[in-house]
Design a protein around this ligand. Structure first.
Ligand code: CO8
Length: 260
């Protein structure tokens, strides 16, 4: 697939998707969002894919938001359509069958923070900065930020970030639970790869169903979510992974799972 705004490298089970508009601090315009959809559709066809890492080109920004220049002239209908496109991208990532890690290497603002929040795991470099500065621009977050931020860090801290538009550093993002870990810029991609190398050793069916149980369950009431967990737990017993995983444990050897 020909892409003007993304780099997608695939090697040994790991895809690294880099938003590549460094002159605009990797801001998301319509074409970039459409390329993200296309890229994830292609990645979904790679059977051995263990997981995806999303990062930004250059050493300054992960993604500094939706593209303000591209949004400036939109009317209400076009603004809504742009928001819906961004939301579709975030949902595609959130419901992608394999784990997706955000390697946040600089500014993650507005749509960039929303992109990071749609990923399953967020690792930040020490120079990362997070924020939802939409109120500075006379708008509100439109790629799911008003929903994912309170779900991730709680309503009070989320509202403070959303209502002030203030930027926070990586340590504060860690303190709030917005990122899983803070590492040096040099460690960022190697650390994300290490996480996926660890995932690669696990049962591929369990990984897929575990993500599904959490992602779909978070939208349900506790009884329905637990019923769904029981269904997915049951499904594991129809897999070769469960037979191999439990047999290997009892035989005191490492499990040999199939392809991811
Ligand atoms: N969109 C377009 N261009 C951008 C963006 C952006 N979000 N961010 C940076 N750029 C461009 C700058 O215009 C500049 O371009 P040029 O060199 O041509 O002048 C270049 O990137 C470098 O930026 P700066 O010179 O500003 O770099 P600084 O180091 O001085 O500042 C900042 C870095 C603090 C990140 C600053 O660029 C900034 O504040 N950027 C905007 C951040 C922002 O407000 N993001 C939120 C955007 S709104 C959003 O994401 C809403 C999502 C939902 C939309 C729903 C649809 C309706």
């Amino acid at each position: 697939m020909q892409m003007n705004n993304l780099l997608c490298e695939y090697e040994e089970g790991v895809a690294v998707v880099t938003v590549n508009r460094p002159k605009a601090l990797n801001a998301l315009n319509r074409e970039t969002l459409e390329e993200l959809l296309g890229c994830f559709a292609e990645l979904a066809t790679i059977r051995e894919l263990v997981g995806v890492i999303i990062t930004g080109a250059g050493d300054k920004a992960f993604v500094a938001g939706a593209d303000i220049a591209a949004m400036q002239g939109l009317d209400a209908l076009a603004g809504r359509a742009f928001g819906l496109l961004g939301q579709r991208v975030m949902r595609t990532i959130e419901t992608f069958a394999k784990p997706v890690i955000a390697a946040v290497n600089g500014f993650a603002l507005g749509g960039g923070c929303e992109l990071a929040m749609a990923c399953d795991i967020r690792i930040a470099a020490v120079n990362a900065r997070f924020g939802q500065p939409e109120v500075n621009l006379g708008v509100i977050p439109g790629f799911g930020g008003t929903q994912r931020l309170p779900r991730l860090i709680g309503v009070g801290p989320a509202l403070e970030l959303l209502l002030t538009g203030d930027m926070i550093d990586a340590d504060e993002a860690y303190r709030l639970g917005l990122v899983n870990r803070v590492v040096t810029p040099e460690q960022l991609l190697p650390h994300c790869r290490e996480i996926l190398a660890n995932v690669a050793k696990k049962g591929p069916i369990s990984i897929k169903l575990c993500k599904e149980a959490v992602r779909a369950g978070m939208e349900l009431d506790i009884d329905s979510a637990c019923r769904q967990e029981a269904d997915l737990f049951g499904l594991c017993f129809a897999s070769a992974d469960q037979k191999e995983g439990m047999q290997a444990f009892l035989e005191k050897r490492a499990a040999m799972f199939g392809d991811h």
